[in-house]
Design a binder for this molecule. Sequence first.
Ligand code: ADP
Ligand code: MG
Length: 330
Amino acid sequence: MSPSDEPILTATGLHKTYRASRSLGSRARVSAVDGVDLTLAAGETLGVVGESGCGKSTLARLLVGLERPDRGEVRFAGRGLGRARGAEARALRRRVQMVFQDPLTSLNPRLPVLDLVAEPLDVHRLARGAARRDRVAELLELVGLAPEMMNRYPHEFSGGQRQRIGIARALATEPSVIVCDEPVSALDVSVQAQVVNLLAGLQRELGIALVFIAHDLAVVRHVSHRVAVMYLGRLAEVGDVSTVYDAPAHPYTRALLSAVPIRHPRERDPDREVLGGDPPSPVTPPAGCRFHTRCPLAREVCGAETPVLRELGDGRVAACHFAETALSRA
Ligand code: ADP
Ligand code: MG
């Protein structure tokens, strides 16, 4: 592997549990992320999909260092995020930024856009005075907003514009990685595409690596090079978008994809497998493969042995005892 092929971000064996609500007893824990391994290459977009509650936001917070894993680690350019201290920790944090789902709750309503976008510059002492203003003007232009808007307040903007402000903020420290946690889910459908295209354009122009979390599978396919499919805190499958979308190897991926609404009713697939019911509780996840309780291919081994992510020879990994069977049915 040449140095340029080295991943910019590597997650190894990430585990994160939370205390469950009190009604479930004080010792109950939610298994939010359970043994996730991931790599992100410089300049690539990795999509992350999975049903609500499967651990996507927890993974996002672990990847940017907003939360610490119980076990495992995140490395940026070969350096551990958790172990770094002082100046090194600040330098690392500057390189990995996050865009949140809801631009309204993540922006302080009492601050003008100038101060909101400049906050990361202030935190990392990157610019002051006129240079700070100039940098904010430049960042606003980069996200398609007029620099004069820097004197206005969040409530004066539309949802789409507020998300652009959130993106400008994330770009302020010239990050190499931006983790976008459902960046358009809270926006009107009519402006979602604009914000998605802005992110994709910035990714290409600036060569930033993106982790793009979304529940819209079509959007993920549109913007991502690779996709990671999550189920109940674990990865089900990871591979190039065309490989995974055209021939899913994990029955969960297959079910997710077939649950995508079809635009033309005549194309409806009569064999369409729709996911039955809700995922099991992450407080008491099923033993073995966590998907076995809903899986059409499940056999006895699936409830007994946890399948590990294994290579399937096409650059893709899947965690299913019967991935070959699933592939042959695709
Ligand atoms: P997603 O983003 O895929 O919807 P999350 O990462 O938000 O999933 O949540 C994964 C699981 O962890 C869920 O069961 C959720 O209720 C739980 N969880 C997330 N954050 C916390 C927290 N701070 N305290 C307790 N439980 C949490
Ligand atoms: Mg989430």
